[in-house]
Design a protein around this ligand. Structure first.
Ligand code: HEM
Length: 152
C-alpha cells in the first residue's frame, strides 16, 4: 500500500469507522424487524420506521464512500489495472472485486426491502419485508468484510 494521499487516507478511515455504525444499525434494524414480525406488533413511525430508515440512509452513505474509495485506493480499481483480474490473489480479490460487488448487491436488497415495506398496510408484512431483505443484505455484507485488515 504505497498510496499516501491525504484524501485517500481520510476516505479510508471514514469507510473503516462508518462500517461499525452501519453494521450496528443494520443489526438493530433486523433484530427489531424479527421481533415485530414474530410478535405481530404494530409498525410505528417513532421507532420502527426510524430504525429502518436510519439503516437505509447509513448503508447508502457507506455505499458512496465505498465507491469513492474504490477509485482512490491502491487496493481497489488500481489493483485490477496493475495486476489484471487473474493476477490477484485471494485477499487482493476480496478487496478489489468481491467486497465491492457483493456490497453493492447487499445495498440494492436493503433498498428493495425498504421500498416493499411501504407498499404494505399490515405491520406484519412490513416487518417481514425488512427482516428478509435487510437480513439478506446484512449476511452478504458480513460474508465479504476484510476482517483481517479491519480489526488488527
Ligand atoms: C455496507 C457496506 C460496506 C461495509 C460495511 C464496508 C466495510 C469495509 C471495511 C470494514 C473495510 C476494511 C477497512 C480497513 O481496512 O480498515 C473496507 C474496505 C474497503 N471497501 Fe468497503 N464496505 C462496504 C461497502 C463498500 C462498497 C460498496 C465499496 C465499493 C464500491 C467498498 C470498497 C472498499 C474498498 C476498495 C476497500 C479497501 C480500502 C483499502 O484498504 O484501501 N466498500 N470496507
Amino acid at each position: 500500500m504505497t498510496e499516501s494521499g491525504l484524501g485517500y487516507q481520510w476516505i479510508q478511515s471514514l469507510h473503516s469507522y462508518l462500517a461499525y455504525v452501519v453494521l450496528a444499525i443494520l443489526f438493530l434494524a433486523v433484530a427489531n424487524a424479527i421481533m415485530g414480525w414474530i410478535n405481530n406488533k404494530m409498525f410505528t413511525m417513532e421507532k420502527d420506521l426510524r430504525i429502518s430508515l436510519f439503516a437505509l440512509i447509513l448503508s447508502h452513505i457507506q455505499l458512496l464512500v465505498g465507491l469513492l474509495l474504490y477509485f482512490m485506493s491502491p487496493s481497489g480499481l488500481q489493483a485490477i489495472q496493475s495486476f489484471g483480474m487473474g493476477g490477484l490473489n485471494a485477499p487482493a480479490r476480496l478487496l478489489a472485486v468481491e467486497h465491492p460487488f457483493i456490497n453493492i448487491i447487499a445495498i440494492i436488497l436493503i433498498t428493495i426491502g425498504w421500498s416493499r415495506h411501504k407498499k404494505f398496510m399490515e405491520g406484519r408484512k412490513k416487518f417481514k419485508s425488512i427482516t428478509i431483505f435487510y437480513g439478506l443484505g446484512l449476511v452478504l455484507i458480513l460474508s465479504r468484510i476484510p476482517w483481517g485488515q479491519w480489526i488488527n
